[in-house]
Design a protein around this ligand. Structure first.
Ligand code: SF4
Ligand code: F3S
Ligand code: FES
Length: 232
């Protein structure tokens, strides 16, 4: 089938403003949007810039706005978006070039919640035992691939870039509810601050776009509740 693909292009070192470039090309309807981008780059315009790596929804590097919705280009089929495709970089993060955004602010928020197990107690000769029920408590939030689709779809993040954002909260949740971890109170104190969970207005955009189907808004609500419970 013949499709038209409009891509928002911008090279801050060359261009005064972003502009749209449209390509007409022949593709298979079962091609993924990432295949389309590769075809454009390899056969039409080698200067087009975007991130990709695994091509199988694992690495999280090719999140972008496809026909108005955040998604991984390697997980969206042409037949799902039709013959007129519009692609933009993720919103709310500075554009480095074309579809590549500066992820530093995103990872800074992620690092601020201590996304690693904290436990100084001696392990002895055994592992830190956990029951299946304890493991299930945070199963959903272990699935995050740090693609940034959630945070950059959140209207609160667009209007205030200092909001810690749903991805950081998801990764805090993963450790706060891990029975082996001992830094939950510290993480909850960070998330109770001005730019933490209380900025969330339950817009649900994050949950709608997560390519791993993580119940993000639910995780945020669980953290809000946990902050109140531990204050008692
Ligand atoms: Fe991506 Fe989902 Fe993780 Fe957000 S929670 S960074 S959308 S995988
Ligand atoms: Fe934003 Fe998700 Fe909350 S979109 S407002 S973080 S529910
Ligand atoms: Fe790795 Fe799409 S290229 S998730």
């Amino acid at each position: 089938m013949e499709i038209s693909v409009s891509i928002k292009r911008y090279d801050p070192e060359e261009d005064d403003l972003p502009y749209w470039e449209t390509y007409q090309l022949e593709v298979d309807q079962m091609d993924r949007v990432l295949d389309v981008l590769n075809k454009i780059k390899w056969h039409y315009d080698g200067s087009l810039t975007y991130r990709r790596s695994c091509a199988h929804g694992i690495c999280g590097s090719d999140a972008m706005v496809i026909n108005g919705r955040n998604a991984l280009a390697c997980k969206v089929l042409v037949e799902d978006v039709g013959s007129r495709i519009v692609i933009e970089p993720l919103k709310g993060l500075p554009v480095v070039k074309d579809l590549v955004v500066d992820m530093d602010p995103f990872f800074e928020a992620y690092r601020s919640v201590m996304p690693y197990l904290v436990n100084d107690e001696p392990v002895g000769h055994q592992e830190r035992i956990q029951t299946p029920e304890e493991r299930d408590r945070y199963e959903d939030t272990t699935k995050c691939i740090l693609c940034a689709a959630c945070t950059t779809s959140c209207p609160i993040f667009w209007s205030n870039g200092s909001y810690i954002g749903p991805a950081a909260i998801v990764n805090a949740h993963r450790f706060i509810f891990d029975s082996r971890d001992r830094a939950g109170d510290q993480r909850l104190a960070i998330l109770a601050e001005r730019d933490g969970v209380y900025r969330c207005r339950t817009a649900f955009e994050c949950t709608e776009v997560c390519p791993r189907d993580i119940q993000i808004t639910k995780a945020i609500e669980e953290i809000k509740r946990e902050i109140l419970l531990r204050r008692k």
